[in-house]
Design a protein around this ligand. Structure first.
Ligand SMILES: [Fe+2]
Ligand SMILES: [Fe+2]
Length: 172
């Protein structure tokens, strides 16, 4: 999966079967995000050698926040694939607590991306930035755009799974 896969707007995933939505999330968004995070790590290696020395006040917190974001998103995807999505596919029992954790982590990721936007002036490279820093900023715009789509599809999926779960409990 390319880290620059195009956005899509033509499918209403809220009307598709949950198993199909989960397959789409994993194949499209998790695969792309893992490729994007690998590419971020490659840019960071270059940035450590150049921009970090030239403008530490910007780049040091930038790299710290990117590391936190990368670790959180990587763990979040594993939790979704090993726990949340499996529970939804199994279509039984109470899914509320794990899904609430996933939704909370979506909000944390968006907050972190908001902090990064403030820090970087909406991903505007400073004058004299290296090609690695410029490449990172361009990539992060794509990462953020994908994450907005990705988490919106998941939030709808989780709301649907929660409603299904409540209905099953109510019907015995
Ligand atoms: Fe996800
Ligand atoms: Fe998620």
């Amino acid at each position: 999966m390319s880290p620059h896969a195009p956005p899509e707007h033509d499918t209403d995933w809220s009307r598709r079967p949950v198993g199909e939505v989960i397959d789409h999330i994993v194949d499209r968004y998790h695969a792309a995000l893992r490729a994007q995070l690998d590419e971020v790590a490659r840019f960071v290696e270059g940035i450590r050698l150049t921009d970090l020395v030239r403008r530490p006040a910007l780049v040091a917190p930038l790299l710290d926040k990117l590391q936190i974001l990368g670790e959180e998103l990587t763990q979040h995807m594993v939790k979704e694939e090993r726990l949340a999505f499996r529970m939804i596919r199994a279509a039984g029992g109470f899914v509320g607590v794990p899904l609430a954790v996933m939704e909370h982590e979506h909000r944390l990721a968006h907050e972190l991306l908001g902090d990064l936007r403030v820090l970087t002036g909406d991903w505007t490279p400073p004058a004299g930035a290296s090609s690695a820093l410029c490449g990172l900023y361009e990539l992060m715009v794509a990462v953020e755009r994908d994450l907005v789509e990705h988490s919106a599809i998941e939030d709808e999926l989780f709301a649907r799974a929660r409603a299904d779960s409540h209905r099953k409990v109510a019907n015995g």
